[in-house]
Write a protein of this length. Structure first.
Length: 263
């Protein structure tokens, strides 16, 4: 998942990283952090999608920006920031478990990670990297949700018959477009968020990275601009696929429940 964003230094490619992980840690290492990842999806993704409608509806019908790209951008960013703050502890545990190598002895599982982080770093440890997470998620949701809705509008006006009405093909095409744009726009903040969450800090001690922008500038200084896009391909494979499945299932579920499609 997102924890792969800084793994490029050890492996030259996605497949190299997979081979190295299986060789050094065993096949089950590929499922590290699965439990908190599922919990994170159940909390963050649910909050984000539902909060989008809430923030969207805060803009009155007579406002000049209603139902424009700017309206969707605002609603997406607000939903992402809100959901990421609430779900930050789960994200910290997921990132730590995925980065914990066999033999390191830091964490034995989700509950142990939760208790260890709270004991060693205090409750503030569960919100490590929260600023980077909120910035990344605000940008991510703003781009993803707004471009998905905007893509639907553009595809409907394309003249292609399969996109002329709400349905599977329109949702599929729109989700492919938004998946690519979202990963590309938000990946540098993904790198910063992962690195800041993964640094182990004891109480009253300072970490290597002190802020999002300091992390980004350090990465560029030490690794060049390409360092900001380490792990882009596995991130796109994961997040692009996730976007397609999420939007298609979400839209169909809304239809089955008698709700309107996403605006």
């Amino acid at each position: 998942g997102e924890a792969t964003a800084h793994s490029g230094a050890r492996s030259a490619s996605l497949w190299g990283a997979l081979r190295t992980t299986v060789k050094e840690e065993g096949f089950l290492a590929l499922t590290k952090g699965l439990a908190p990842a599922l919990l994170r999806s159940a909390t963050y993704s649910t909050l984000r999608l539902n909060a989008y409608d809430g923030f969207y509806n805060l803009i009155p019908l007579d406002n000049p920006i209603f139902n424009t790209f700017l309206h969707r951008l605002y609603a997406g960013a607000s939903a992402g920031v809100f959901a990421s703050f609430v779900a930050n502890p789960v994200e910290v545990i997921k990132v730590r478990l995925q980065a914990d190598r066999r033999g390191a002895g830091r964490y034995r599982g989700t509950v142990h990670a939760l208790t260890s982080i709270t004991r060693d770093e205090g409750l503030r440890g569960l919100w490590a990297g929260a600023a980077a997470h909120m910035q990344r998620s605000g940008l991510w949701a703003a781009v993803q949700l707004s471009t998905y809705s905007q893509s639907k509008t553009l595809l409907r006006s394309s003249g292609l018959s399969i996109f002329q009405k709400e349905g599977f093909w329109l949702h599929l095409g729109s989700s492919f477009v938004c998946g690519f744009l979202t990963v590309t726009a938000a990946h540098p903040l993904d790198v910063a968020k992962t690195r800041m969450m993964n640094q182990l800090k004891m109480q009253n001690a300072k970490g290597v990275y002190t802020s999002t922008w300091q992390c980004l500038s350090t990465t560029v200084k030490q690794e060049g601009f390409r360092g900001l896009y380490k792990g882009w391909l596995p991130n796109y494979i994961r997040s692009g696929t996730h976007a397609v499945i999420m939007f298609v299932v979400y839209e169909q579920t809304r239809s089955w429940l008698g709700l309107t499609y996403m605006s």
